[in-house]
Design a protein around this ligand. Structure first.
Ligand code: HEM
Length: 549
């Protein structure tokens, strides 16, 4: 109706305009007929028609948009977004509803913040919302959008996902690397035992575990250790430096960079993020170049006897396949490797650190988990991956942690590839889409006492975290869902279970549980603002902690 009224209004405006022109021409007929060329009326009709269709066409995409705050010129609603965007957006959604329209600078952004909306975007209309927006992070830190994470929806991305599914994360491939996870888990537990009684930064130990697991699976060895360096030791870097690079990568991939929202301000790089991205990508590239040279050299030396031993070997083999649908160039391989290392390192460590933080505030959860572990595993051995299906309470702790602290609180942004109608509203092509899973995890319509850490809610519950239950989506869902979720879950479950099984964990002297800060930092992932410091005390028989046991 509104559109018809507008069209009617416009038509009458044009008619009145042309009548005015006619009246005017009556009055000054001789003058105008002398000044206007004979094709002028024709031009006027063409212009009016173009204008008419432009307005009608534009209205088609932009009317009936979801509700949202009124945007300011130039900045849109950026003034409403604070340092923790998922929380600012959560507060706005409470006001405007589970489907909300915002404007970040020049770009429309739609936010879904209920399980129902998540399902509409990620399942019902998945194929429409499978694209990613072009961002500075994708360009500068993602090999010009060649990483799986930032790649647009195209043949390159589809091929990469197929490789993940069939080659890198198949059950068979993950099983073949089980010994690496076992060895590195043991190294974590021994390391913590050696540090027992002293204050430790838990995340340091946890990210060493995940970095070592992922390095050995992807790169074939721990490139980040001094003893693993080349002859001159020049090509490797200290693990601490590499971890900082990964933290920086996650931060820069999640920031609200002004140039991404207001492109004509891009060149000024007002926040300095682009400068940091360029610097970081150079560091990653130096490292990845070395990794590729090293692998190609081994392949050359071994000739016909060459056997793939890690994911880089598999990728290089695939890249060499002349029948590949989309050529995988050197940068494409490096982008792939960077995605695997980054995806596999930060995410698991952050989740276990949050789980331990929540439990320190609720000692009864510790006791229940310990009771389950004693009953199922006993005190004479460590927990293995095979034990996990028999540890429902430990699994419930992981789900509850991911509900309250999803690693990527708004997943990674998506982009609509065509006009769509979602929940009765129009979502025009080119709209950026955020799914606020942080908000969904706190929806009082779904969860009792949503702010409370209560693992019991998942014991005996059918709700899973593998993308089918839209009230709990730590890995996303649909075509863009995290391809590494099963590896991530294996590392999280076993490391958390073994920390609980093998140690009493305490806050430093003088720090009361209610003083433990639960503040977070926003990025593509959301770690604790203040890393967790604890004292770990062993509680299993001493021989289990011996290296090489
Ligand atoms: C606790 C562990 C993990 C969590 C919580 C997690 C979470 C996520 C999330 C939320 C997304 C975005 C999904 C979307 O846009 O809908 C994602 C994407 C991705 N993850 Fe993970 N992830 C984890 C572990 C891993 C691991 C171990 C790897 C690889 C070794 C990995 C590699 C990736 C990649 C490559 C993407 C991009 C997928 C695409 O855009 O098509 N992740 N992950």
């Amino acid at each position: 109706m509104a559109r018809q009224r507008l069209i009617g209004h416009l038509a009458s405006h044009l008619i009145i305009g042309s009548q005015k022109l006619r009246n005017c021409s009556d009055a000054t007929h001789s003058q105008i007929s002398m000044e206007l060329p004979p094709w002028a009326p024709f031009l006027a009709v063409v212009l009016a028609t173009i204008l008419f269709f432009k307005v009608v066409f534009r209205r088609k995409g932009t009317c009936n948009l979801p509700p949202g705050p009124k945007p300011w010129p130039i900045i849109g609603n950026l003034n409403l977004i604070g340092a923790l965007p998922h929380r600012s957006i959560h507060a706005l959604s409470r006001q405007y509803g589970p489907l909300m329209q915002l404007r970040f600078g020049s770009f429309p952004v739609v936010v879904g913040s209920s399980a129902e909306m998540a399902k509409l975007f990620l399942k019902t209309h998945d194929v429409v919302f499978t694209d990613r927006p072009r961002t500075a992070a994708g360009k500068y830190t993602g090999y010009d959008n060649s990483t799986i994470t930032w790649s647009p929806y195209n043949a390159h991305w589809r091929q990469a996902r197929r490789v993940c599914l069939a080659e890198l994360f198949s059950a068979r491939r993950l099983e073949s690397y089980a010994y690496i996870r076992r060895e590195e888990m043991r190294a974590l537990l021994c390391g913590l035992h050696e540090a027992s009684g002293r204050l430790v930064l838990l995340k340091d130990h946890l990210s060493t575990l995940s970095l070592n697991v992922i390095s050995r699976m992807v790169l074939g060895r721990k490139y980040l250790e001094k003893q693993a360096a080349g002859e001159d030791g020049s090509a490797t870097m200290a693990p601490e430096e590499f971890k900082c690079m990964i933290d920086e990568l996650f931060f820069l991939n999640g920031v609200l960079n002004i140039g991404d929202s207001i492109p004509w301000l891009d060149w000024m790089d007002l926040q300095g993020y682009v400068r940091r991205m360029k610097k970081l990508s150079k560091k990653f590239d130096r490292f990845l170049e070395h990794v590729l040279d090293d692998h190609n050299e081994r392949r050359r030396l071994q000739g016909d006897n060459f056997v793939s031993r890690d994911m880089v070997d598999v990728l290089l083999e695939i890249a060499g396949d002349p029948n590949l649908e989309v050529k995988l160039h050197r940068n494409g391989v490096k982008a792939f490797i960077q995605d695997l290392i980054a995806g596999g390192t930060e995410t698991t460590a952050i989740t276990v650190e949050w789980a331990m933080s929540e439990m320190l505030k609720k000692p009864e959860v510790f006791s229940k988990a310990t009771e389950e572990l004693d009953r199922v595993v006993g005190r004479e051995r460590w927990v293995t991956e095979d034990d996990i299906p028999n540890l429902p309470y430990v699994e419930a702790i992981v789900k509850e942690t991911m509900r309250l602290h999803p690693v990527a609180p708004m997943l990674a942004p998506r982009l609509s590839r065509e006009d769509a109608s979602v929940g009765g509203y129009n979502i025009p092509v080119g709209t950026r889409v955020l799914i606020n899973v942080w908000s969904i995890g706190r929806d009082p319509a779904v969860w009792d006492s949503p702010e409370e850490f209560v693992p019991e809610r998942f014991v005996g519950s059918k709700i899973d975290i593998k993308g089918h239950d839209f009230e709990l989506l730590p890995f996303g869902s649909g075509r863009r869902m995290c391809p590494g979720y099963s590896l991530g879950l294996k590392v999280i479950h076993v490391s958390l279970a073994n920390l609980l099984h093998g140690f009493v964990c305490e806050l430093p002297d003088g720090v009361a549980t209610d003083q433990l800060s639960m503040e977070e930092i926003f990025g593509l992932s959301t770690p604790r603002k203040f890393p967790l410091q604890v004292v770990m005390k062993p509680k299993l028989p001493g021989h289990l902690y011996a290296r090489g046991h």
